[in-house]
Design a binder for this molecule. Structure first.
Ligand code: 2RA
Length: 330
């Protein structure tokens, strides 16, 4: 099976290649795709060299699957072209996520909605993915009424330029490339992406709208504040969840411990809780600080951490590709 990775030289694209290799995805030929300036560069995959090609060449090679992480404009223009040529596209950009004709998939949450007609499949936003993996088993048991989430997001979510800015600032270099309007080292920036008319940022609206679509429940009330912090290993989220009914904290912990894709790290007596440094390079969603919100009935607090480049992007996309194989949709 031929698999294309569109954006193969980018931060997420590089992780996609790593995850495909780690999970031994059954591809017979890799088609690394990047912009014209990278055409001809060689990518190593499982000890073999593959030359980077442009999009037109990749389409003509008729890959079975194309994993996209090349920005929304590229996805909008070229994902339909791959689909028309018979390729199934799994797109990491936000281009198709809220399109009512496209599925928005987290395999542990809504694999059942995928069918043979889905030729362009959207990979959700990283901060959404880690949250819905943890919310899903609790929603099934107790039915969620409202979610209040505050995020603490890694600079890797922005890209290489942001990592460079942070590392430069850490070394006292202040005239380097700036990914943010402000210094990020020793600082936090309460803005991720642009502001909307309602005072929320695009990132906050993604978490709100995508979560409702993935859980298939428009009645859930959700509010979000997304914040950039100077860390590398992954995104962290403080989540407050009001359920329609009461719960038992020990039962909540057990449900999470037995849920697919979740590792519970919750032992405050021994100062054990999830941190980005421990989630880095891993594919699970890590949940801890599980406790009742004593200020409101039927309400729970928890802390969720995941590697935003892996489960938040590359691994989730590869898991969707694996799901297509498992469901014989490809
Ligand atoms: C961020 N979730 O962290 C966004 C896009 N990766 O910047």
């Amino acid at each position: 099976m031929k698999v294309a990775v569109v954006g193969a030289t980018g931060l997420v694209g590089t992780v996609m290649l790593k995850v495909l290799e780690e999970r031994n995805f059954p591809l017979t030929e890799l088609i690394p795709v990047a912009s014209e300036k990278s055409v001809g560069k060689e990518i190593s995959y499982k000890g073999k060299k593959y030359a980077v090609v442009n999009i037109d060449t990749a389409i003509a090679m008729k890959p079975a699957i194309a994993l996209f992480s090349a920005g929304g404009d590229t996805s909008l223009e070229h994902a339909p072209r791959f689909a028309e040529a018979g390729t199934i596209v799994i797109d990491n950009s936000s281009a198709w996520r809220m399109d009512p004709t496209k599925k928005l998939i987290v395999p542990e949450v809504n694999a059942h909605v995928l069918n043979i007609d889905d030729t362009i499949i959207a990979n959700p936003n990283c901060s959404t993915i880690q949250m819905v993996v943890a919310l899903k088993p609790l929603h099934a048991k107790y039915k969620i009424k409202r979610v209040v989430v505050s995020t603490y997001q890694s600079v890797t979510g922005t890209g290489v330029k942001a990592v460079t800015q942070m590392m430069n600032e850490r070394q006292g270099i202040t005239d380097g490339p700036m990914a943010y309007a402000y210094p990020i080292d020793l600082n936090v920036i309460p803005q991720i992406d642009v502001f909307q008319d309602n005072g929320y940022t695009k990132e906050e609206m993604k978490m709100i709208l995508e979560t409702k679509k993935i859980l298939d429940d428009e009645h859930i009330g959700i509010t979000a504040t997304t914040v950039r912090i100077p860390v590398m290993g992954g995104h962290s989220e403080s989540v407050n969840i009001e359920f329609e009914q009461d719960f038992d904290v020990a039962e909540v912990r057990s449900i999470l411990e037995h849920a697919k894709g979740i590792t519970v790290v919750d032992d405050i007596a021994n100062l054990k809780y999830p941190m980005p440094k421990d989630a880095h390079e891993k594919d699970d969603v890590f949940v801890g600080r599980i406790r009742r919100d004593e200020s409101q009935a039927n309400t729970l607090n928890m802390w969720i951490v995941a590697d935003n480049l892996r489960k938040g992007a590359a691994t989730n996309a590869v898991q969707i590709a694996e799901l297509l194989l498992q469901k014989e949709l490809i």
